[in-house]
Design a protein around this ligand. Structure first.
Ligand SMILES: [Ca+2]
Ligand SMILES: [Ca+2]
Ligand SMILES: [Ca+2]
Ligand SMILES: [Ca+2]
Length: 520
């Protein structure tokens, strides 16, 4: 058993709606987390039955036109009365965009991952308690846990793990949880806590582990071993490896012990099984570990946000918040969305990585309509040159709307419509930086690399996110704004070269936004 620097690898979540000390960005910014407008929380029903499944095409289907450069004048947009334009109008609408094919996704690049990003996936959820911390009817029940994982949208204030991923994936990921327990573990909670402290103890002077591998044990892995052994007769673990890679897709342990952000064990994180065992021919690997009181966070009856966030990690997504304020890099992380603040929809970059949407690529001057991202999945990928890969540096441009999954947490996400522009730096040639605080295959992360993996281009140019503030409505681009002219005249790629184009927000209506990208 090889220990890696466990502390560095823990994927912590932030306590939602509570003023936890250790990892909450809100504390650093000094922002109060208490006053939230909950009025919106009941406005429900996002886009469940919007089965926009694959192809988030704009209404300009790129299929029929092999648009070489000079598909000029009469590119008939559907809604344009073509009669007049022949005589009067100059070239107003050139769509040189295309939807790429055959590029690899995040899970194609990862050595291993837990939950496949698409398809029908069965996950295992084990509720456990301890001889010294037994479940009582004061604690979340098995039914509550069942609801948090499998509930319908209407069953929760926000969403269940299942309903959230159905919506965010445009019905391409269908997670079903089988819940077992409460099972009483063989050891007391106090034992596991003590053993875990030994496991992660690091000598502050040498930076080495205090105890040899032979003196310690990995308690979560011990617990998983005990559970899988106990349930082996009842469960065919083959049913939980939907992609047949020999690894159980997802094991979730929900423990009956109070969460404590100051304690390394009594928190919520995703991690990996430490031993090599197999059950019914498949092996445990990716697991999530969380207290059942995360289900009681905030004002929701049952709050599954922490489990939704960690499920992102089970699929290989990184955290987009800044783990370390001690370096001078990447202050403030992304500033919102599910992989930073446990709120809202997944950001468009994550959806591209998962294969839920395909970007509309632009590498030459183009005017194009995009539909609201939440329902359509539309997002422009603007680059100097498309290199056949999403693991590159580019801008993402999407039409943000504050409805559906984005309507629940107004203090943590945009509350107006507008155009959100992301600067993505997703190259992976170096990968897994050993000296980095954050372990990732990307060259960049949102913690301590010179540039952020994903950043928001702030339309107000005040760089408030870099001051650890949550995104603000003024960060959205509005009609008439032009990136590269009135907003960031000299916007640069991270290699310090200027971007070769301007991005103009021509118009925004309820139905669509019209964007013109002009290359110099
Ligand atoms: Ca079995
Ligand atoms: Ca698997
Ligand atoms: Ca940092
Ligand atoms: Ca700002």
């Amino acid at each position: 058993m090889k220990r890696i620097f466990t502390l560095f690898l823990f994927v912590f979540i932030m306590m939602f709606f509570t003023g936890c000390d250790a990892f909450s960005v809100t504390d650093v910014s000094g922002t109060e987390t208490t006053e939230i407008n909950y009025d919106d929380l009941t406005t429900d029903e996002p886009t469940t039955e919007e089965p926009t499944t694959e192809e988030p095409t704009t209404e300009e289907p790129t299929t029929d036109e092999p648009t070489t450069e000079e598909s000029t004048t009469e590119e008939p947009t559907t809604e344009e009365p073509t009669t007049e334009e022949i005589t009067t109008e100059p070239v107003t609408y050139i769509n040189n965009s295309f939807i790429p094919e055959g590029y690899s996704l995040l899970q194609d690049e990862l050595d291993a991952f837990g939950i496949p990003s698409m398809g029908d996936v069965n996950i295992l959820v084990f509720a456990v308690d301890f001889p010294d911390s037994k479940y009582t009817n004061e604690n979340p029940s098995i039914l509550d846990i069942e609801t948090a994982f499998n509930g319908e949208s209407n069953d929760l204030d926000f969403e269940s793990v299942r309903s959230y991923y159905q919506i965010s994936s445009y019905n391409q990921l269908n997670i079903n949880a089988d819940v077992y327990g409460y099972y009483t573990l063989s050891e007391n909670a106090s034992y596991y806590e003590t053993e875990n402290e030994k496991y992660i103890a690091i000598d502050p002077v040498t930076g080495e582990y205090v105890y040899d591998d032979s003196e310690v044990t990995h308690v979560e892995s011990d617990i998983i071993f005990e559970l899988l052994t106990y349930y082996d007769d009842q469960i065919d673990y083959n049913d939980y490896d939907s992609n047949n890679d020999g690894l159980i897709d997802g094991i979730y342990i929900v423990y009956n012990y109070p969460s404590d952000s100051e304690n390394d064990l009594w928190w919520a994180y995703q991690y990996n099984y430490s031993y090599t065992d197999s059950f019914d021919g498949v092996s445990p690997d990716y697991y999530m570990w969380a207290s059942n009181d995360f289900l009681n966070e905030g004002i929701d009856d049952i709050n599954a946000r922490t489990f939704i966030h960690e499920t992102g990690h089970m699929m290989g997504l990184d955290d987009y918040y800044d783990y370390s304020y001690e370096d001078d890099y990447n202050n403030g992380g992304l500033g919102s969305y599910m992989m930073d603040y446990n709120v809202g929809d997944h950001d468009p970059f994550s959806k591209i990585l998962m294969g839920w949407i395909k970007p509309i690529v632009i590498e030459s001057s183009t005017t194009i309509n995009i539909l609201p991202h939440l329902e359509s999945g539309d997002v422009l990928l603007i680059t100097d040159e498309w290199n056949g890969t999403i693991f590159d540096e580019y801008l993402l441009v999407s039409y943000y709307t504050p409805d559906g999954l984005n309507s629940y947490d107004p203090d943590y996400i945009f509350t107006e419509s507008g155009i959100s522009i992301f600067h993505v730096s997703a190259r992976i040639d170096d990968g897994y930086l050993v000296d980095s605080y954050y372990y990732s295959i990307f060259n960049n992360n949102n913690t301590d690399t010179p540039n952020k993996l994903i950043d928001i281009v702030e339309a107000d140019m005040n760089e408030s996110i870099e001051q650890y503030e949550i995104i603000e409505n003024s960060d959205l681009f509005q009609e008439g704004d032009v990136l590269g002219v009135d907003i960031y005249l000299d916007y640069k790629w991270y290699d310090n070269t200027y971007i070769d184009f301007t991005v103009s927000i021509d118009s925004i209506t309820n139905e669509k936004a019209t964007i013109t990208v002009t290359y110099k």
